[in-house]
Design a protein around this ligand. Structure first.
Ligand code: IDP
Ligand code: MG
Length: 153
């Protein structure tokens, strides 16, 4: 495997969970060839979500965003592989679903920016921070999928 192996933090938001899209979103990462390192269904409290989105705390939409993210179950995940952070954002699509191309997750499954069904880290450093915020070390599984021999040259 190349030395650009990265981990990214991907989360199905409450609207995605309610709409039954956990398997669909997992499928996009699995079939690309990325390795699942961690996943769980949970309800996050308001403080936890506010910390996750602390960069956005001055935005007008911040209170509504944190309320929606803390009122239903979320499905945080960690995916690993070459260039996983940038490629993960490409798989998700644009923040605004109406600007997302068909074939991307947001382009295929949603309409409103405030109900865009999934989160993905925007950089390697934020991915590290987010993984640490949502998962304990013991929840991150170290394993070598046999299929990697067919995914990486
Ligand atoms: P990202 O999720 O694509 O990284 P960010 O700019 O980090 O986008 O914003 C975080 C989340 O905040 C978005 O995914 C979306 O749910 C919400 N958000 C961003 N801009 C708006 C807005 O203008 N109105 C309502 N919600 C927004
Ligand atoms: Mg973001």
């Amino acid at each position: 495997m190349s030395d650009k192996t990265e981990r990214t933090f991907i989360m199905v938001k409450p609207d995605g969970v309610e709409r039954g899209l956990i398997p669909e979103i997992m499928k996009r990462f699995q079939r690309k060839g990325y390795k699942l390192v961690a996943a769980k269904l949970m309800k996050a409290d308001l403080d936890h979500v506010q910390e996750h989105y602390s960069d956005l705390k001055t935005k007008k939409f911040f209170p509504g965003l944190c309320k929606y993210m803390s009122e239903g179950p979320v499905f945080p995940m960690v995916w690993e592989g070459t260039d996983a952070v940038k490629q993960g954002r490409i798989l998700l699509g644009e923040t605004d679903p109406l600007k997302s191309l068909p074939g991307t997750i947001r382009g295929d499954f949603c309409i409103n920016i405030g109900r865009n069904i999934c989160h993905g880290s925007d950089g390697v450093d934020s991915a590290k921070k987010e993984i640490g915020h949502w998962f304990n070390k013991t929840e991150l599984t170290d394993w070598k999928p046999t299929e990697n021999a067919w995914i990486y040259e």
